[in-house]
Ligand binder design. Structure first.
Ligand code: FES
Ligand code: FE2
Length: 375
């Protein structure tokens, strides 16, 4: 799991002034809004006696600890110690506060202390505001490491076998015209797949008689390390286009929450939303049946520990980019975390505020792979 990345912490519409706990990278965070609607995301551990702030309430734009009533503002600073109203509040009375942004109806949280100018950006998805596209959205919980979920989203050779007639054809599993194009934080691909004409379901309606039994469908998958987001554009038939975006949030090493958006430029009446959602959830469920049983549970450190072929190219691009960030020392050291912290010593993911003061809680331990261990 990587620090210094933007992750999706939830649906923007679901967060109010009532504090809620979200778990990201194995750490508990508290998210809330002040009275003007401004978002805050703090470490969920009160530095007085370790109470969960998310079990408290918000007062005057601050979250109030449910145990002894200390108040923390949006910057994570203690503004009130009720038992000692006349005492000076210590300078160390602060907790990590993480940058937040609302975009695409999601709450994005930056988990790390990297300064703003060197952070990976949140990807541009201008299609989200296109009035010609009808969007539906949802979430999906997996018992998988998030890199496994991302790689599954970038893998098209599995479609004919895992998704049967929904999306692929077992008799024609070859992928042609496969290419990968890389950028700093992202990569995209393009490929042609064979898809059988569906005889059932709403989407089989329309110009049926003009549709051959098997069609060549263009797919354009991509990923961006912020999220990390897996995107896909599909061109199922003349004039029809589907946009899929899934942000795969690492809850902990073995749990992923995927926030997804699906857009379509056809059958845009609300009536068709239910079928669209059902279709997407079915695909996630089919994937889960396979990827929750992959071994090892974590993506191996070396590409040599698996046999990779050309059509795995987009996954390889993702792995290499992740590895490069791990080598910067941005990977959570889960073994050290469990050995030295869990149960006996609270810690917190470092935030940008760590550069100008001392904090009570230790940083979550981070590791880095030795150079050369990637290949
Ligand atoms: S534990 Fe939070 S105020 Fe005491
Ligand atoms: Fe799949």
């Amino acid at each position: 799991m990587l620090t210094n990345q933007w992750y999706v912490a939830g649906e923007a519409a679901a967060v109010t002034t009532a504090p809620v706990m979200v778990r990201l990278l194995g750490q508990d965070l508290v998210v809330f809004r002040d009275a003007t609607g401004k978002l805050a995301c703090l470490s969920d551990i009160c530095i007085h006696r370790g109470a969960a702030l998310s079990r408290g309430r918000t007062v005057d734009g601050c979250v109030e600890c449910p145990y002894h009533g200390w108040r923390y503002d949006r910057d994570g600073r203690v503004t009130k110690i009720p038992a000692e109203p006349d005492a000076k509040i210590p300078a160390r009375a602060r907790i990590d506060a993480y940058p937040t942004v609302e975009k695409y109806g999601w709450i994005w949280v930056f988990l790390g202390d990297e300064p703003e100018h060197s952070r990976a950006p949140i990807p541009d998805m201008p299609e989200y505001d296109d009035p010609a596209i009808r969007w539906v959205r949802g979430e999906w919980n997996w018992r998988v490491n998030y890199h496994r979920a991302v790689e599954n989203g970038l893998d098209f050779a599995h479609a004919p076998f895992v998704h049967g007639s929904t999306f692929g054809d077992r008799e024609r599993p070859q992928i042609s015209d496969f290419s990968v194009e890389e950028a700093e934080w992202s990569a995209r691909s393009r490929m042609i797949m064979s898809v059988p004409h569906r005889s059932r379901g709403l989407w089989s309606l329309g110009s049926k008689k003009n549709n051959p039994a098997i069609r060549q469908v263009e797919a354009r998958p991509w990923f961006h390390l912020s999220g990390p987001i897996v995107g896909l554009e599909l061109f199922p038939r003349e004039g029809w286009r589907i946009w899929l975006r899934s942000a795969h949030t690492p809850v902990d090493e073995y749990t992923t929450k995927s926030w997804w958006l699906m857009g379509r430029n056809f059958m845009k009446a609300k009536f068709f939303d239910k079928d669209t959602i059902k279709r997407n959830v079915k695909i996630f469920a089919e994937d889960a049946e396979i990827i929750q049983f992959l071994k090892p549970e974590l993506v191996p450190d070396s590409l040599r520990d698996e046999l990779t072929v050309k059509t795995d190219g987009l996954q390889v691009a993702y792995r290499r980019k992740v590895r490069a960030l791990e080598q910067r020392g941005w990977k959570v050291d889960t073994a050290q975390l469990e050995a030295e912290f869990v149960g006996r010593r609270a810690c917190s993911l470092p935030s940008p505020g760590r550069s100008d003061g001392s904090f009570v809680l230790q940083r979550v331990p981070l590791t880095s792979l030795k150079q050369g261990a990637a290949e």
